[in-house]
Ligand binder design. Sequence first.
Ligand code: P5A
Length: 446
Amino acid sequence: MRLSQFFMPTLRETPAEAEIVSHRLMLRAGMVRQSAAGIYTWLPLGLRVLRKIENIVREEQNAAGAQELLMPTIQPADLWRESGRYDDYGKEMLRITDRHGRDMLYGPTNEELITDIFRRDVKSYRDLPKALYHIQWKFRDEVRPRFGVMRGREFLMKDTYSFDLDQEGARRAYNRMFIAYLRTFERLGLKTVPMAADTGPIGGDLSHEFHILADTGESEAFLHGDYLSFDPIGDGVDYDGDLQPLVDKWTSLYAAADDKHDTARFADEVPEDKRLETRGIEVGHIFYFGSKYSEAMGATVQDADGKSVPVQMGSYGIGVSRLVAAIIEASHDDDGIIWPASVTPFDVGLLNLKPGNEATDGACQKLYDGLNKAGLDVLYDDRKDRPGAKFASMDLIGLPTQVICGPREAEQGRVELKNRATGVKDIVSIEAALTALTDTSTGTAP
Ligand code: P5A
């Protein structure tokens, strides 16, 4: 993609309304624009990151055995009357009346709708277990939407729902999602801390939140000092087995200072010299609520003895749009964003410092063609602008690798390779640059 043609309206000034660094950087880099309070348009650069995150989340859900479907954003109010949540949900729910006077709502979550889908077609224990998910926009009329897409009113969530015959099966589904979440966040370049939490309006008696550690996080988090050297998925966990010890042991070690977590238990169990105080951003939340919805809504199956039993359910959410901001909170410096390779909007930034110059134009064209041919996504800054402005915007948008092409080096067939994260620069031949960037075995390619 040529930057001269790409719609990426960057801002030089820091937007006054943005209180946290991810919000400032997302606006400055031209990733999003606010359309109404807590409601955002995703511009091309931001959408590329959102889609990459979505795909990693999707791959890990598929690998964990969940199947994708797509439910609508608008739901009938009657389903929520059945579960009893229509009145409970309060002002956070956006209620709509259609032209026939029917009560509808913009879904803040999908427990009711999925239970309805399940009960219509699944009747036998033979069809279990099942886990179904979708990646869909949600709406919650938050009192204080803030921090950009971090706490929006409209936001993209991946939500999975599991259906099992009995508690043991449901517990296994919960554990499998627990591990799938750790794997997902690891692929996004994030270190997450699972914390036992209260279930709030979703209900049930078992729940974990997944927090990433960042100074600007909304929750104050406490964790056991040993956690940072601990690798929960690195040492041969039997994903299908009983993860009860894993789930139980992790969770007594972390807590957050709000009404959803058991800080008192944490304080009892963890010696003072082993406690770390930090802040966290909640990027995922999983729930085991058993038969709360299936009983209320009549989602039953026949068991092996022909007896009708309510299905055991859990639900599992990941804040996909929030993750874009969370990754930036975890990975930036004074000059801008530093994308992990797995979610970067483009793999390589190519800077032509003197468009119109025969040597730089020729070198850039050769690199642009070669990198594209090798399947890399390249953002080619071919604009007629000052080199300083080009350096600044490339650093701001945070692509992991930059290829800088100035006239003096280009005349000798050389370019500069820059690693955005470390700032390390290397002058190499055009051929060597192409090899380094396209040969994944060298480890230098993004
Ligand atoms: C789990 C899936 C649920 O809604 N029902 C379906 C359950 N859980 S949750 O904790 O309420 O939300 C799941 C994740 O969505 C993100 N999230 C938000 N992201 C941006 N703006 C918001 N206003 C917002 N609210 C929730 C969080 O990452 C949360 O963990």
